[in-house]
Design a binder for this molecule. Structure first.
Ligand code: PEP
Length: 252
């Protein structure tokens, strides 16, 4: 098995105005520059800040991503943002299929797949989120849910360079609750096996599978040490540089 370099990604969600967004980005860039960081570092500000944040971190090694994009490259889609627009602002990544978008905007696996196709075409790396609801876990359906999300959300042409997977149990996002280490290990192993089946063993071996859902400084080391966990997607704790950086350090 090849060693996969961890990726620690911050999802700022709908938080940040110009001044605080730039200050947070500057602080993260300073940490990375003081490095060497033990992980690749990605920050995903709201679309309104991608431009400024990308300019702020330019040359630091910090990557910048959007939190969503449309499935087509331009046209009559009021309020939406195209993948090429994110790329044009300096983004290299885009989060797709976050549970908040699946829930609040009715995104299906097919929507996520179409968006991923557009993002790949624009040259962005996609961070595809998947995970079970609490009811699905209680019904013993976790593995079958994430396996079908994996199969149905990824477009042809998916590889380990243009795609990252984030396993985010819906019930763990923003709640302070996390699965047990054994539960995380079980899902990540199942996703690695799905990747081997769908994308081939060589791609599966290189594909980064992040864990997300209430990761914080106090639990990051344990979660990041689990086999097949190749980093984290961090919501709340990515809004404070000290917390975010403690998680980056925990991947060491
Ligand atoms: C997320 O929204 O992707 C997330 C993991 O949030 P939190 O860390 O706040 O649970």
């Amino acid at each position: 098995m090849m060693a996969r370099r961890p990726l620690i990604a911050g999802n700022w969600k709908m938080n940040g105005l110009k001044a605080d967004g730039v200050a947070l980005a500057e602080a993260v860039a300073r940490k990375v520059k003081a490095g060497p960081a033990p992980a690749d570092v990605l920050i995903c500000p709201p679309a309104t800040l991608v431009d400024r944040v990308a300019q702020t971190v330019a040359g630091s090694g910090v990557a910048v991503g959007g939190q969503d994009c449309h499935a087509v490259q331009s046209g009559a889609h009021t309020g939406d943002v195209a993948a090429a627009m994110l790329k044009d602002l300096g983004a290299s990544h885009v989060i797709l299929g976050h549970s908040e978008r699946r829930t609040n905007h009715g995104e299906t696996n097919a929507t996520v797949r179409a968006k991923a196709e557009a993002a790949h075409a624009a040259g962005l790396v996609v961070v595809v989120c998947l995970g079970e609801t609490e009811a699905e876990r209680d019904a013993g359906r976790t593995i079958s849910v994430v396996e079908s999300q994996f199969k149905e959300s990824l477009p042809s042409g998916t590889n380990a360079d243009n795609t990252v997977i984030a396993y985010e149990p819906v019930w763990a996002i923003g709640t302070g609750r996390t699965p047990t280490n054994a539960e995380v290990a079980e899902v990540h192993a199942a996703l690695r096996a799905s990747a081997a089946k769908v994308l081939g063993a060589a791609v599966a071996d290189r594909l980064r599978i992040l864990y997300g859902g209430s990761m914080k400084p106090s639990n990051a080391r344990e979660l990041l040490a689990i086999k097949d966990v190749d980093g984290g997607l961090i919501g709340g704790a990515s809004l404070k540089v000290d917390d975010f950086w403690a998680i980056v350090e925990a991947s060491r």
